[in-house]
Design a protein around this ligand. Structure first.
Ligand code: B12
Ligand code: SF4
Length: 655
């Protein structure tokens, strides 16, 4: 079909455009995911009437209410006996206590009723289900309070928050068993979307009758439409775990009023839907856009207003015939430059219920604690990554490869505006790897203007982070940084083009630690050609880094090969062979591979995770790392590490 025909079938002239941006369930509960804040701020800067809603938070607050729990109990009553799992039975038996405590517990986690901490911490207020058994697993080796050992010196408030989080986790388990097996607080029905080559599983799920979660989301969607009366709804899916609900929202909108224009975008789309050809997606969404949303949206809003033809849309998929399951999917990308980073405006949280987010205390890991606890304003220091070389990373995608900065003055203007609007001074810089030069300039500008904030974010452990710069960053409010040490092996770091060495990471992290900044290391295992010996050596380096006080926290992730990364694009250069993918009409991201080393990385991963858990408690730091691999299902004996015991200490001395 020629593109000018597209114009006739898709142009939808609307008199006044009102744009509603929506965060679908689930992303996170402690603070809004920032995409709607960015898009709303940008659209308002261009005089578009724009509003936003967080349906993820709204859904949780509805389900976790007295009425919500009563509805869950009705579902339980309708369950056949074999489906009444022990946790469902425990909930049912203690239902009156759950119903009486849910709203106070939520108010406490929202920070609206802090004195309740005493009753919660006393452990006689909240009913306790199976999740509380985890408390018995914390054993203080010195015989002290196990919770204090596991979570550091917890005050009453934190202790109560942890107990209240276990209580909510119990309820989430009941929801999973009795209502919807796909339900989780931070991801929902993720497997229906993640690397799903066809739309079929999602289509089947969307055709199924509503369960309680679907029904609640449907009602909330209609309430948002009634409140905001949008003509265009932008649905943002950052992760696969937000996709199913995004489609349910669009389905509800279209059933209510098919003339409302629905648009899908966000990190998941930018990553996984780059080869979209499935027409059924467009039963729910009129348009799907790729990459940074600003330019495609300006074009799309002009198109919707009848002022631009469809063949001049930017990075946009659409279906060539509306209202049917058939029709072809077209990708239109009229060449227009992106809106410069300088010009994207200031995100706004206006319209989001900032006082109603939940500060959960789930994990021992101090960095995870920052992720799930507290209300953080989110801001990007630069667009993209200045390094863009790491071979495991999606460097071919726009959100990594297009690097643009702005001035420190502009960033601090944005920070000041956000603090004035939200009244909150905590910032999470959501860059993939914030550039050191910009961070330095930003710190100087913050200090110059005497703007007091706390901030944290992700960086590369590169040598321009000198001890002096680390101190400057700390002075400007930096409380924590995370960065990739990845495989902790110089051979593999070179192969993955990380551009850092283990010794350099030691020196840089020590500089941060000395400045009083919490350091979290992203660690990786299972990279192509990684041997058992490499893994044992990596753990020895990590042990020494903890022992030397360079890092305080870490997490071992299993390497996953994606089609957008250099490994996925040139597997032979990394000594691996890709497994063939089925034909793709929907999502494409992860790809299986065969590594001739044949190492059982799953077994090693268990050992690595156990080790790091102990190191974070300062335990077993003087012991031979081979102890963690015992019983890890290795056929041969675990090799002794080749790393000398004082390696990191010497690297630090040579600083
Ligand atoms: C910071 C970050 C995190 C942080 C904070 C997450 C949070 N909840 O705030 C942490 C470390 C906790 C994290 C965790 C995870 N993350 Co993360 N994260 C990021 C990162 C680096 C930045 C996110 C961000 O805030 N961006 C700023 C916002 C404004 O950008 P944006 O959402 O993309 O929005 C822009 C455009 O997409 C577009 N847009 C967005 N929505 C819409 C809607 C419409 C209609 C339109 C037109 C346009 C549009 O316009 C916006 C402005 O330009 C991104 C990569 C990236 N550079 O974006 C990965 C990314 C989103 N994460 C990803 C993943 C997979 C995860 C995890 C699932 C990892 C895991 N396995 O646990 C978890 C999920 C956690 C959760 N449930 O909250 C993937 C998602 C890809 C995919 N396959 O779907 C990404 C893309 C990175 C990657 N390739 O791995 N993440
Ligand atoms: S892993 Fe980080 S530093 Fe490396 S290219 Fe990706 S975003 Fe940049």
């Amino acid at each position: 079909m020629p593109l000018d025909t597209l114009h006739r079938v898709t142009a939808m002239p609307t008199v006044v455009t009102r744009v509603l941006s929506v965060i679908p369930p689930m992303t996170q509960l402690n603070t809004p995911y920032p995409s709607t804040a960015y898009l709303t701020g940008f659209l308002r800067s261009r005089n578009v009437d724009a509003v936003q809603a967080d349906l993820a938070l709204a859904l949780i607050l509805k389900l976790l209410s007295t009425d919500g729990l009563a509805a869950v109990r009705e579902c339980i009553a309708a369950l056949p006996a074999p489906q009444r799992t022990p946790r469902v039975a425990t909930f049912d038996a203690q239902f009156d206590r759950y119903a009486a405590t849910i709203e106070p517990a939520i108010a406490f986690l929202q920070g609206r009723d802090s004195t309740l901490m005493h009753r919660i911490a006393g452990r006689s207020f909240l009913p306790e289900g199976p999740r509380f058994a985890a408390l018995d697993e914390y054993i203080d080796p010195d015989g002290g309070d196990p919770m204090a050992w596991a979570f550091g010196a917890l005050g009453t408030h934190d202790r109560a928050r942890h107990l209240a989080t276990l209580y909510l986790n119990d309820i989430a388990d009941v929801l999973r068993d009795a209502v919807d097996p796909r339900f989780e607080f931070v991801r929902y029905a993720e497997s229906l979307a993640q690397s799903q080559p066809t739309f079929e599983p999602l289509a089947q799920a969307l055709a199924a009758p509503h369960n309680l979660v679907d029904r609640t989301l449907h009602t909330l969607t209609l309430e948002a439409l009634a409140l905001h009366k949008p003509t265009v709804v932008l649905v943002s899916v950052p992760f696969p775990g937000a996709v199913y609900a995004a489609f349910r929202i669009a389905q509800a909108i279209k059933a209510h009023d098919a003339s409302i224009v629905t648009v899908l975008g966000g990190g998941f789309v930018n990553t996984e839907l780059r080869e979209l050809t499935e027409p059924r997606v467009f039963d729910h969404f009129d348009f799907v856009t790729l990459d940074a949303g600003e330019r495609p949206l300006l074009a799309l809003l002009e198109h919707v207003a009848g002022k631009r033809s469809a063949n001049r849309l930017v990075r946009t998929y659409l279906r060539t015939s509306l209202g049917t399951h058939v029709g072809e999917v077209r990708y239109v990308n009229f060449p227009e430059p992106d809106v410069p980073f300088d010009d994207v405006g200031t995100p706004t949280w206006d319209g989001l219920p900032l006082a109603r987010y939940l500060s959960l205390l789930d994990m021992l890991n101090p960095m995870h604690r920052l992720w799930s606890d507290g209300r953080w304003n989110k801001l990007t220091v630069a667009q993209g990554c200045y390094w863009k070389k790491c071979s495991f990373c999606d460097v071919s995608l726009d959100y990594i490869s297009r690097y643009e900065t702005t001035t420190a003055a502009m960033l601090v203007d944005r920070i000041e505006a956000i603090v004035a609007e939200t009244g909150q001074t905590g910032f999470h810089f959501v860059d993939e790897a914030a550039p050191p030069k910009m961070l330095k300039a930003l710190a100087e500008e913050l200090l110059k203007r005497r703007v007091s904030i706390s901030w944290w974010g992700n960086i590369r452990f590169e040598k321009s982070f000198t001890p002096a710069l680390c101190q400057l960053l700390a002075d400007s409010g930096c409380i924590a940084i995370s960065g990739g040490l990845e495989v902790a092996s110089d051979r593999l770091l070179a192969l993955m083009k990380k551009g850092v060495s283990v010794d350099q990471v030691a020196r840089v992290t020590r500089g941060f630690a000395d400045a009083g900044i919490l350091v979290h290391a992203y660690l990786m295992y299972g990279f192509p050609t990684q041997t058992v010996q490499d893994t044992v050596d990596a753990l020895e380096y990590v042990r020494q880094l903890f022992e030397a006080g360079c890092i305080h926290s870490g997490f071992f992730h299993r390497f996953a090969c994606t089609v957008h990364s250099p490994v996925g694009r040139e597997p032979a250069a990394y000594g691996v062979t890709l497994l063939p993918l089925p034909p793709v009409s929907f999502a494409k991201n992860d790809v299986g591979f065969v590594d001739p080393t044949g190492v059982d990385h799953d077994a090693l991963g268990v050992a690595l995770k156990k080790a790091i858990y102990n190191y974070m408690h300062g335990l077993a730091l003087d012991e031979d790392v081979r102890r963690w691999f015992k019983g890890a299902g290795l056929h041969a004996a675990v090799p002794r590490t080749r790393v000398v015991r004082q390696h990191i200490e010497r690297a630090l001395r040579s600083r």
